[in-house]
Design a protein around this ligand. Structure first.
Ligand code: ATP
Ligand code: MG
Length: 211
């Protein structure tokens, strides 16, 4: 689908995540996907209650939303949606995608994930339906080689053919888990995430004293 001259959005990237906190791994994946797939916008959607995350208490949606907002403010192609954090109960990707599909029936929608999340797609609720709603961009993430997975998927789920795109990005071995652990141990996190986000979580005392 090509852009018309009215400046309408036709290709939209969706970057879902817990973002607890958002870091440069997320931002680099989103930016490279934007450029490579000529996305008009990348919409960051912090999750509400993620069904897959059984770890410690996740920071309040409002705080994670604020951190994402801080992190993306200098990129005019990045936007944020409170769709999931405002929803009650567990947030399933398929529900979110149905809402987005209704909102943008004629757009090309791309869900951007790291290769770790890509490996889990088929455990998501209504995985088959998800592929009717959106295509995937899987960004390389250190420690998660998705190439075997992609081959297997092609064999076992031929209906997904052409709907999963692999994206090489400069590999960043940064994770929110590591950032939280660093804060807890009193180790530096500077340069792993935007300075505005670092200051925000420092001011709020986030991740201190939690296992
Ligand atoms: P946690 O350690 O709490 O799971 P995380 O760093 O994995 O946090 P998430 O919020 O779980 O961050 O990830 C949101 C999305 O961003 C997922 O699709 C994930 O694969 C992707 N992602 C996270 N970090 C990176 C990274 N360093 N490089 C590429 N993709 C990433
Ligand atoms: Mg993760």
């Amino acid at each position: 689908m090509k852009n018309d001259l009215t400046g309408k959005i036709h290709r939209l990237g969706i970057m879902g995540g817990t973002f607890d906190p958002i870091h440069y791994g997320h931002l680099v994946a989103a930016e490279m996907a934007r450029a490579e797939f000529k996305l008009d916008k990348v919409l960051f959607i912090p999750t509400g209650t993620p069904p897959h995350k059984k770890r410690r208490d996740i920071s309040a949606g409002k705080l994670r939303y604020e951190m994402v907002k801080c992190a993306i403010q200098d990129n005019s192609a990045f936007d944020i949606s409170a769709l999931e954090i405002e929803r009650e109960g567990p947030s399933y990707t398929v529900e979110t995608l149905r809402v987005l599909r209704r909102k943008w029936p004629n757009h090309e929608l791309y869900f951007i994930t790291g290769s770790d999340a890509l490996l889990e797609i088929f455990s998501w609720r209504e995985a088959e339906e998800i592929f009717n709603l959106i295509q995937f961009i899987g960004a390389a993430r250190p420690g998660f080689d998705a190439s075997d997975f992609l081959l297997k998927v092609q064999q076992e789920h031929p209906e997904t053919q052409g709907k999963i795109h692999y994206l090489e990005v400069p590999a960043l071995a940064i994770s929110s888990t590591d950032i939280r652990a660093r804060v807890q141990r009193g180790e530096p996190i500077r340069y792993l995430l935007p300075e505005s986000v670092r200051l925000f979580l420092e001011q709020r005392g986030l991740y201190k004293g939690k296992a």
